[in-house]
Write a protein that binds this ligand. Structure first.
Ligand code: ARG
Length: 456
């Protein structure tokens, strides 16, 4: 029987069906259905024989889905209806008992929470792998000097290890955010029913234990409406993808002939269809361009939830494609970042030559004056004058004569000035905590390794 006298319009079915994308939830749907059958029997809501029959049927359905031989029927609106339909075909009328004390509303919320929990742990594990790759790269380039940039203008020299370690800290924070997203998935919606609870004395604690949830949702309305955990995952994914886009942007720049700082392995580049000499950093470019897509999914789900009345509304079906595409996109980007960084090679000479530009010692010269008692702001002006003078006369700073130096400031010690301009000293002088001096970078490597080892 049906309350409807008219069939659904095919265009309605097309917009309403979620099977095309939610079929990938099947492992979670089967797992929760198994647990639900066990719970129903344990609470004497169905018999043990019925529960055994349901589990046998669910195993058979799972085998078909896993083997790719499950045949979807035209009336299967979503994965939940498809599984129940097939279960009933296999075990007969007892299949209809599975949905006792359950609604698709608590069912889908549970599947999605299980999916997000898995996706967040996978992202976290991929980050652990990526961090290991970057740490190893930093280790191998501990004392390679390069220019550090602000405004993409050469600013102060740093060690390549120091620059790479900046990404390690970003990725460690990302991993922490994914672990928090895992925790946000820890409250079980199942057992909330459609929205108000169910007419049976169920054992939701048992369900939580079976399905690996830390606790049971305390409010049935919240349980079926809540998608905060999905937002948490998408927010973590957006930030992580943004970090990867900054890495991608640097790899694109650094691998140009203009910079020449690094060369990406052939495996992560492509050729041009017309210009035979080209080696394009497509993977790095895509790291850049995938990030806004992930952020858009976060924004879109926020939009779906915005102003949505309680409790379940069909709008919530729109959570899935955003989640799935964000997780898939991020997984691809993380894999590409690890692959590229495992195989990139840096050009020590090019980096060192760029870092040896004397102009980037300007702050160090100013600090020389500060040590002679000149207030920093005044020293800044004196060095700006020296830089201007050198540029105007087409010379480097070290080519200025002692008289010229004295004409800018008699507090500037020419011997100290010349010593300072001998390469290397600008890096090793950055001894403040978190600075680029070798001893600090060594400490930082150890700190990052221990942060990596400790669960976030
Ligand atoms: N496909 C639906 C979704 O993803 C399942 C829940 C349907 N519930 C309902 N009351 N129509 O949200």
């Amino acid at each position: 029987m049906s309350r409807f006298t008219e069939p659904q319009h095919p265009d309605f079915q097309a917009i309403n069906a979620s099977l095309g994308f939610d079929r990938r939830l099947w492992p979670y749907d089967i797992a929760q259905s198994r647990a639900h059958a066990i719970m129903l029997a344990s609470c004497s809501i169905i018999t043990t024989a019925d529960a055994d029959e349901l589990r046998r049927g669910l195993d058979a359905v799972a085998a078909e889905l896993d083997g790719g031989i499950f045949v979807f029927a035209p009336g299967d609106e979503d994965i939940h209806t498809a599984i129940e339909r097939r279960l009933t075909e296999i075990v007969g009328a007892v299949g209809g008992k599975l949905h006792t004390a359950r609604s698709r509303n608590d069912q889908v919320a549970t599947d999605v929470a299980m999916y997000v929990r898995e996706a967040a742990s996978v992202s976290s594990a991929s980050l652990t792998g990526l961090i290991e790759v970057v740490l190893d790269l930093a280790e191998r380039h501990r004392d390679w000097a390069m220019p550090g940039y602000t405004h993409l203008q050469r600013a102060q020299p740093v060690y390549l290890a120091h620059h790479l370690l900046a990404y390690v800290w970003m990725f460690l924070r990302d991993r922490g955010r994914f672990e928090e997203a895992v925790a946000a998935c820890g409250t079980l919606p199942l057992g909330a029913g459609a929205l108000a609870g169910v007419n049976f004395s169920t054992d939701r604690e048992l369900l939580a234990r079976e399905l690996g949830f830390a606790a049971v949702a305390q409010n049935s309305i919240d349980a079926v409406s809540n998608r905060d955990f999905a937002l948490d995952y998408l927010a973590a994914a957006s930030t992580c993808a943004m970090h990867l886009s900054r890495l991608g942007a640097e790899l694109v720049l650094w691998s140009t002939s203009e910079f020449g700082f690094c060369e990406l392995a052939d495996a992560w580049t492509s050729g041009s269809s017309i210009m035979p000499q080209k080696k394009n950093p497509d993977a790095a470019e895509l790291l850049r361009a995938k990030a806004p897509r992930v952020a858009a999914h976060h924004n879109a789900l926020l939009g779906v939830l915005h102003g949505l009345p309680l409790s379940y509304n069909k709008d919530l079906q729109e959570d899935k494609e955003h989640l799935f595409d964000a997780a898939d996109t991020l997984a691809g980007s993380l894999a590409a970042a690890s692959g590229m960084l495992s195989s990139v090679s840096f050009d020590r000479e090019r980096l060192a030559a760029a870092a040896a530009d004397e102009m980037i010692a300007a702050v160090d010269i100013a600090d020389l004056l500060v040590r002679a008692g000149v207030p920093f702001r005044e020293a800044h002006g004196i060095v700006a004058g020296l830089v201007r003078h050198a540029l105007d006369s087409g010379r480097t700073l070290s080519e200025l004569s002692d008289d010229e130096l004295a004409s800018h400031s008699e507090r500037l010690d020419p011997a100290g000035f010349r010593q300072l301009l001998e390469a290397g000293s600008w890096l090793e002088s950055k001894v403040s905590a978190g600075g680029t001096a070798s001893a600090r970078v060594t400490e930082q490597l150890a700190g990052a390794r221990s942060a990596l080892a400790s669960p976030s």
